[in-house]
Design a binder for this molecule. Structure first.
Ligand SMILES: O=CC(=O)O
Length: 328
């Protein structure tokens, strides 16, 4: 902290505008390659920075935090989900954690609808026929998908993203059902015309599309397991734009192979970039490389949130987006 400014280490390349604003305000060490930091690089970063700006590809766990130096006081995460950060251990060590909620809501909800439509209306198949120049013209029986208007959407996790998905689904003429730890307040539920199920199992057997919109926590890990997948209708489709770990990916692959469900649209995977090859082989599965929040606007706004969290902390206050352990 040579000139009295906070020393901030950023673990990944961020949008240029965010990097230059960070550099104006703080004593920043930026990443010069787009590859994630190695474990040793992360350990060196936590050893001597005041503030670490990691992102969702960094594992900030207990052993790494044990190597944190006495100066580390804030982890200003560039990302909404903080399942990669051991928030409880950070707190025990007196390190605050903040994230970037809210600004990824609309983009992630849009991608949920995009995946839903891609799977139910066979968009990748149409795209590939056109790219190959193999289109033989319109035919009454060609490329038939299923209509989504009038279908029931079940949303797992009715936070801000779940509610944004609900609004979109209503506009598409779907009936919205949801499961959450607690029901929405009555006026919000009424505005969304959403039906609450206090039992996830109960909801599963009644819906046509399941959208996963809850965070990954110890209690949501493999929430969609083999037993629950078996409760879905054979015509059901599963969409996940949240975190891969919420689904038992092997169980999902098996259900798709056996035709026990009709399809899946996945933007996130249980083992990150190690995508289960069985999923890749399924024709009724649309896979995307975790791009739900990937808009230019969203990435800049995530940066604004990181800046505000650090700046507020530097001014002696709690960061506005502080993450409290156990509360997501
Ligand atoms: O997945 C993206 C995020 O958590 O920001």
């Amino acid at each position: 902290m040579g000139d009295g400014r906070l020393s901030v280490v950023v673990t990944r390349r961020l949008p240029e505008a965010v990097e230059s604003r960070l550099s104006e305000l703080f004593d920043v060490r930026l990443r010069d390659t787009d590859a994630p930091m190695t474990r040793d690089e992360l350990a060196a970063a936590v050893a001597d920075a005041d503030v670490l700006v990691p992102t969702i590809t960094d594992r900030i766990d207990g052993p790494l935090l044990a190597r944190a130096g006495p100066r580390l006081k804030l982890i200003a995460h560039y990302g909404a989900g903080v399942d990669n950060v051991d928030v409880a251990t950070a707190r025990q060590r007196g390190i605050l954690v903040s994230n970037t909620p809210g600004v990824t809501v609309d983009d992630t909800a849009d991608m949920t609808m995009a995946l839903l439509l891609a799977v139910t209306r066979r968009i990748p198949e149409g795209l590939s026929v056109m790219q190959q120049g193999a289109w033989e013209g319109w035919a009454p029986n060609a490329y038939l998908g299923g209509r989504i208007a009038g279908r029931r959407l079940g949303i797992l996790g009715m936070g801000r993203i779940g509610q944004a998905v609900a609004r979109r689904a209503r506009a598409f003429g779907m009936a919205v059902h949801y499961h959450n730890r607690t029901p929405l307040r009555a006026p919000i539920e009424e505005a969304l015309e959403a039906t609450y199920h206090d039992s996830f199992d109960h909801m599963l057997s009644r819906i046509d599309v399941l959208s996963i919109n809850c965070p990954h926590t110890p209690s949501t890990f493999h929430l969609l397991n083999a037993r629950r997948i078996a409760l879905l209708k054979p015509s059901a489709v599963v969409v996940n734009t949240s975190r891969g770990e919420v689904i038992d990916e092997n169980a999902l692959a098996r259900a798709l192979e056996q035709g026990a469900i009709a399809g899946a649209g996945l933007d996130v995977f249980e083992h990150g970039t190690e995508v289960n090859p069985r999923l890749r082989e399924q024709p009724n599965v649309v896979l995307l490389p975790h791009m739900g929040s990937a808009t230019r606007e969203g990435r800049l706004e995530m940066g604004e949130k990181v800046l505000l969290n650090i700046k507020t902390f530097a001014d002696g206050h709690r960061p506005p987006d502080q993450v409290v352990p156990g509360v997501l």
